[in-house]
Design a protein around this ligand. Structure first.
Ligand SMILES: [Fe+2]
Length: 191
């Protein structure tokens, strides 16, 4: 299967939302931003899931379980794939921050690689604001006759998105004064 896919589910983590948010801002106080695709935004280190007994550790377990279930359905497998998480990181995009086009390919062979994002606080709460709030995920596909097609996804809090790690994607600028908080991850299934 070569097509980049987008799988959407949701995680009910309402009880942990506050703790996750506080954990992320605590990391932000401790660490300077890593620079990757983030244009202005803060990007944590990649090993949040390795912090013992942390809320990130808990989130990682939830993501693995849900992703395994989703991929079993998507791939029509008899068994759930055994997934490993290689990276988990947080992103805070303030006003005008965005992410330039990139993918999450690691270059490791014999792996089926998946990436994704959990939207912690990315939704529009300013319904009266006519201007787009931004912060949309755009995934690029190669369409017929060499034309690149775009798939737009508007984040909803609590959603979990999974896509192929080689999918080129970006995040449009945050047009609001509110921080856009997401947690991204990379997974693989050893083949
Ligand atoms: Fe990304």
């Amino acid at each position: 299967m070569s097509k980049n896919v987008l799988i959407v589910s949701s995680i009910n983590l309402d009880t942990c939302k506050q703790e996750l948010s506080e954990g992320i801002y605590l990391e932000k106080l401790k660490e300077f931003s890593i620079k990757r695709s983030n244009e202005g935004g803060w990007h944590s280190h990649y090993k949040l899931h390795k912090i013992p007994s942390s809320i990130f550790n808990f989130l990682a377990e939830e993501i693995l379980e849900i992703s395994s279930h989703l991929l079993k359905e998507y791939l029509s497998n008899k068994n759930s794939p055994k997934l490993k998480m290689t990276q988990l990181w947080a992103n805070i995009n303030k006003k005008n921050d965005w992410n330039s086009p990139h993918n999450h390919i690691s270059g490791k062979k014999n792996r089926s690689e998946w990436s994704g994002v959990y939207y912690l606080d990315c939704e529009n709460t300013d319904k009266d604001n006519e201007k787009s709030i931004g912060g949309e995920l755009i995934i690029f596909h190669s369409g017929p006759k060499g034309v690149v097609e775009k798939h737009f996804h508007t984040p909803k809090n609590g959603q979990l998105i999974i896509f192929r790690s080689n999918a080129l994607h970006m995040v449009t600028p945050n047009n609001t004064n509110k921080d856009r908080i997401s947690i991204a991850f990379n997974l693989y299934e050893e083949l």
